[in-house]
Design a protein around this ligand. Structure first.
Ligand code: PMP
Length: 424
């Protein structure tokens, strides 16, 4: 099965007039050209509506933190400030806390990566790493390849740096190597400069699929042949429901891969601690980029993560997260099987947070959203995950945050909205 988009969505008003027809932004003539590429994502605009308690939100990708030992953490954080406040409340190194960088190497070893702490740069979430990588590599007009669909936060970063995103087809086994080869060939024939392939190999956001192990070397080989860097974004890799981990692309190829990791899904997203592992020369540039953005990542949150890794059974904690997400995934899949009308199809994730749903022809998920919210269920329309306006027959459903009961209720409501659309 392909993961296609559908018809292009209508062009958004680029002039800056608000949805209620409010007057133009008075600063419009002043912004740098790159600010034109900065638009509020559809996900963000949704959060306000979807956070109303009566709405079952299958929209946001918020990790479920209920399993964290909050009381113990609170005591531990207090001890940290008392004992090491002078250091952990101080500026730190731009590259990140050395102890944490060593621990990050141990975390990455779980996915077969052998790395040196010197090649790790700690960032404010992997989102900041994405920003740095794009800043370091992309001039306006450069091409970035990304899966179709792709992570909305990465697309907005690429757009902010005025890079052009060219999507590459995926199927149930992830990125299709032949489609990658063709895309690179076509771009080379047109003389276009491709800077990197941005890929989420494991438990994809939003598609919920995983790149088949047999395809991994091929993807790397194709990129190497075309002189294209690979940016491997892997925030969900440890959240496989069969407790299985897949070999990271970076474990197969060291010199042509920048790997991005995060503690947002395996510990706490609010601490904003992520990292990049990069070939040595790239690492230097990333540190300089990080320095100009933030001077250094917060010493405090890094120390909290480091303490968590050294003092808690963090592997056991990840197992608990997995169990919670597996239960929610099961609830969503069985509710979809039970309630959705004929003609819908969806992916069956083996890990992570998301299901990608394709609805029957004639239904436009973006146009349907207000009606869904009226019926107290929210999702993210597929168009948010494409740079080129596709995705109007798709939507992303997240099962990470609501309880299984709420998920079942949300899917029941969604099914009734869809049935209403199909009768129109
Ligand atoms: N990449 C992907 C694929 C994501 O889903 C997310 C968060 N939703 C991020 C990066 C950013 O994560 P963070 O900045 O919290 O590490």
């Amino acid at each position: 099965m392909n993961l296609p988009g559908a018809q292009p969505a209508r062009q958004q008003n680029p002039g800056g007039s608000g949805p209620s027809g409010r007057s133009l932004d008075p600063h419009l003539g002043r912004y740098a050209r790159r600010a034109e590429g900065m638009r509020a994502s559809e996900v963000r605009a949704l959060f306000a509506v979807a956070s109303r308690p009566e709405v079952v939100s299958l929209a946001g990708g918020m990790p479920n933190l209920a399993a964290l030992p909050l009381d113990a953490l609170a005591e531990d954080v207090a001890r940290l400030v008392a004992a090491e406040g002078q250091t952990v409340l101080q500026y730190g190194s731009a590259q990140g806390l050395p102890t944490l960088r060593e621990q990050i190497c141990e975390v990455m070893a779980l996915e077969g990566i052998s790395a040196h702490p010197d090649d790790v740069v700690v960032t404010v979430g992997s989102q900041m790493a994405l920003d740095m990588v794009t800043r370091v590599f992309c001039d306006p007009g450069d091409v970035v390849l990304a899966e179709a669909p792709s992570y909305v936060g990465a697309l907005s970063t690429f757009s902010a740096y005025q890079a052009e995103v060219v999507h590459v087809e995926m199927d149930d086994h992830g990125l299709v190597p032949e489609a990658l080869r063709q895309a690179l060939g076509a771009l080379a024939a047109r003389g276009r400069r491709v800077k990197f392939l941005y890929t989420i190999p494991n438990f994809h956001n939003p598609a919920g699929v995983t790149l088949a192990v047999a395809r991994r070397s091929e993807v790397l080989e194709i990129c190497a042949e075309h002189g294209v860097l690979v940016v491997e974004d892997n925030p969900y890799g440890l959240l496989g429901f069969s407790d299985q981990t897949y070999p990271a692309l970076r474990s197969v190829e060291q010199d042509n891969v920048v790997y991005l990791g995060s503690f947002s899904k395996t510990f706490a997203s609010g601490l904003r601690v992520g990292w990049a592992l990069a070939p040595h020369a790239v690492r230097e540039k990333l540190v300089l980029a990080a320095e100009s953005a933030t001077l250094c990542p917060p010493a405090f949150t890094q120390a909290v993560v480091s303490r968590f890794l050294s003092r808690y059974d963090w592997r056991g904690q990840v197992k608990q997260f997995r169990a919670a997400y597996r239960e929610r995934r099961d609830a969503m899949l069985s509710a979809l099987d039970q309630h959705l009308p004929a003609g819908c199809r969806w992916t069956r994730p083996e890990g992570g947070f998301y299901v990608w749903l394709t609805v029957p022809e004639g239904v436009d998920t973006k146009a349907m959203l207000p009606r869904a919210v009226t019926q107290r269920v929210a999702y993210v329309p597929g168009t948010a995950f494409y740079a080129d306006g596709l995705g109007s027959r798709q939507m992303r459903l997240s099962y990470c945050y609501p309880t299984p009961e709420r998920i079942r209720e949300g899917v029941r409501r969604l099914a009734s909205v869809l049935e209403g659309e199909l009768e129109l």
